[in-house]
Design a protein around this ligand. Sequence first.
Ligand code: CA
Length: 386
Amino acid sequence: MLVFMKYKMKFYLLLSAIGLLALISCKKKNAATISIAVKSLYPVKKAVCCESNIPKRFASFNSKTTELPGLNRDDHTHDRMVWIKPGAFLMGADNKQASPDEYPKHKVTVNGFWMDITEVTNAQFARFVKATGYVTTAERKPDWNELKKQVALGTPKPDDSVLVAASLVFTPPNRQIDLNDYSQWWAWIKGADWKHPHGPGSNLKGKANYPVVHISWFDAVAYCKWAGKRLPTEAEWEWAARGGLRNKIYPWGDEPVDVGKVKANTWQGHFPDHNTLRDKFYGLAPVASFAPNGYGLYDMAGNAWEWCADYYHSDYYKTIPHGAINPRGPGDSYDPDEPYAKKRVIRGGSFLCNDSYCSGYRVARRMKSTEDSGMEHVGFRCIRDK
Ligand SMILES: [Ca+2]
């Protein structure tokens, strides 16, 4: 990860390849706050990890997520949840793979809470949509009036053919490539959404028990609210992921991810062109396909990234007092790579994570994504306080 953070290069994403270019130089370090839709048209300055710095997609709609009807909510309370006891731990960097935003390691205390033992599945999300009529971010057409607030003044409006309901789908190359250019393995696919994870023509047949993906932070919050739950804070998430172990690198301890028994759905082989399938899964796996951690939580490493409640701020750990109790994250987001984008924390890594590229399965690994960005490998799980 650190290696790749050192690289800076502009590149062209997605729809640039299909002739929708309106290229604007974007070499300046602070000039890359661009939505995915816009990003499809303009070069951005660098890639970091397998999904970081995916810029804001388009309009946020916080207000709409708070107006959902509570009818038919999934009030089975603690079904498929486990109690995570309260406690104190050292949060942050455990090994030399840690990125600067994981320092300093600091003491945090959290209350106990109930946590979903798995990522929210397609079947669970389908019940929510059926009950509420909710339409996810990826299913909505981007609104240029909102979009333009996120880009530099004077940025031209993208072509209408790009401003369509769409989401980012993993489209790997069949050759070794420059890992700094993630446009080579992410494509903005019209019609891709949670029900069509690979775009039009794909479906959820046989995938009821897979993690729901192409979920924006707003979608995740809406689901949790309907279910009488909430997203975990970043501190709660990390405390839970550690599963009762202290200062260990992974939910299972310190054994490297690709050594010994297969422990999680990650990327084995050479990313992104060759996957040895040692864990038997190229893409997502059904939830709970691997052993749980010490708290009985499945897939806290790998499979799908999971949204947390907190804003992402690269320097947050430097500002938080040692011994913080139930920290709720910074008051606003800040990612130096994209200083104007509102980003939230995602945790746990995905089926695309690999030691050579992004060790997202480390319990301390922090990652971030813009609130309205859904992707093929980003999902969530909920918690409740009692
Ligand atoms: Ca895998």
